[in-house]
Design a protein around this ligand. Structure first.
Ligand SMILES: [Zn+2]
Ligand SMILES: [Zn+2]
Length: 175
């Protein structure tokens, strides 16, 4: 009985098969996405000359609509001083603190990366300074309608365009 229940939970987590899942808020159960199918890895962010764009706005999305992928690297806050310069977090450039020291993310691993257009009913509450969109440097910045922080939106014009659902704030369910 217990084994059977455990297996059902593994299936519901959606991480081992290609069937579509809907991510819901772990606190209140409201759907945060439509049905999404897993990609084997987070794609490269598309090349985009944001400085040539006619209007400020997000780059093309990293993850195609209808899909999700698991970020295996640390993402978002906190940013700590790194031994060697490198990307501050996946698909981002280098970032330095006020003393000129390179920074690197020590945030959570295992974020569920989706196309921001596939998210539902999330409200932005900035956690770090931004230009025309939102930045992930301050951590989670997306509120569920129940008031719980559940995700991080990255949408500033010079950054990859993606939404990261926090693995411990959401659940995968069958549509
Ligand atoms: Zn909620
Ligand atoms: Zn901008």
């Amino acid at each position: 009985m217990h084994d059977h229940q455990h297996q059902d939970q593994d299936v519901a987590s959606g991480v081992t098969d290609a069937e579509a899942v809907v991510f819901v808020c772990a606190t209140c159960g409201v759907a945060l996405t439509g049905p999404l199918t897993r990609l084997p890895a987070v794609p490269e962010a598309p090349d985009y000359a944001w400085w040539d764009a006619d209007e400020p706005g997000p780059s093309p999305a990293t993850v195609p609509s209808g899909c999700y992928a698991i970020e295996t690297e640390p993402y978002g806050a906190p940013l700590v001083v790194a031994e060697v310069p490198g990307p501050v977090m996946p698909r981002h450039g280098e970032r330095w603190n006020a003393d000129g020291k390179p920074l690197v993310s020590q945030g959570p691993r295992g974020n569920i990366v989706i196309n921001p257009g596939d998210a539902r009913d999330l409200e932005l509450r900035h956690a770090s300074p931004a230009c025309c969109g939102a930045t992930p440097d301050g951590g989670m910045n997306q509120l569920c309608t129940c008031g719980t922080l559940v995700a991080t939106l990255c949408s500033d014009c010079c950054l990859p365009y993606e939404l990261h659902l926090a693995a411990d704030r959401v659940r995968a369910t069958r549509p």
